[in-house]
Design a protein around this ligand. Sequence first.
Ligand code: SF4
Length: 402
Amino acid sequence: MDTKAFKRTLQHSENYNRKGFGHQAEVTTQLQSEYQSSLIQEIRDRNYVLERGDVTIRLAQAFGFCWGVERAVAMAYETRQHFPTERIWITNEIIHNPSVNQRMQEMQIGFIPVAAGKKDFSVVETGDVVILPAFGASVQEMQILHDQGCKIVDTTCPWVSKVWNTVEKHKKVAYTSIIHGKYKHEETVATSSFAGKYLIVLNLQEAQYVADYILHGGDRAEFLQKFAKACSAGFDPDQDLERVGIANQTTMLKGETEKIGKLFERTMMQKYGTTELNQHFQSFNTICDATQERQDAMLELVEQNVDLMVVIGGFNSSNTAQLQQIAAEKKIPSYHIDCVERIKSATTIEHRQLNGEIAIAQNWLPNGKIIVGVTSGASTPDKVVEDVIGKIFALKALVPVL
Ligand code: SF4
């Protein structure tokens, strides 16, 4: 498919909207009352520190809703206002946060059902309204919805679109896009749908494997098996790694994306020489500012003698997991939770580990005076952070002083 031509057609269609419907004022008031928090505002005003009893909360200086997420959620609310009686669907979670997605359901915005791992678009009828979430949708999904005569409300974050433009540029000059991301993540699925040849690497280790293959060759069958789910159809590592460009899932660890970019730059320089580098390597900066700011704030927070970290965000939120990884690398006890209900008591907490498993930790809240670092992912409303901080204060107030 000529994805560029299709997007142009789509964007000129009268059934397509990516700017909202002019109900910003009403929606802003509603969003403030549902998602914002006076306690969090108070902590911000106190230079991100709040002390009560034995507990000092240190909040990261950048955390929570990014503007891309705020924009997507506001557009979803506006869509409901603008189409009060139409059936409205969303192709996926609007953002990775359970409470926000719950609100979508309460507003009668339906999720496209998934059967045997595949979305079933047969539920969507001509004239229905379909919202594309902040991390986008694949070009194939957009085509299905366009052909079906749906009204499409596209909330894809402009930073994500920027990555799509980057892989389009790679495709135009027949470069393979090396995408730093998670092959199952919706954003990476969408990005790869706009790419020509592509290979998705999860981390620096996988990138090093690919770089070694470029320089020294290797076991082709092993390569293909390793990346079976993470490359374009018919990918041939012996042919398709001669010219590469770098792209990323916007929520990966920015330091790692930069290292991967540098690794491939060095690799191509080593293989083809400095003068030929531009014929074999392309890189554009597509790291999202919001991700960068939240990660930088976390890097500062872990230097502030915190006893433990609570990282709040959806369990399928990639950027939240990356924040926890920063705490783990510093060997600070850290707990990734998605809602206050995960805190069972002053001794027990249910949390997501870095390997994705849900675990129960005991004695997570130490006795005596403690400093708790708190941050939240880009799709977490302040209200959820407030609930968690409130619960920590309440639990510590109940623990007898020894
Ligand atoms: S994290 Fe960045 S790319 Fe993702 S929605 Fe927010 S602003 Fe957009």
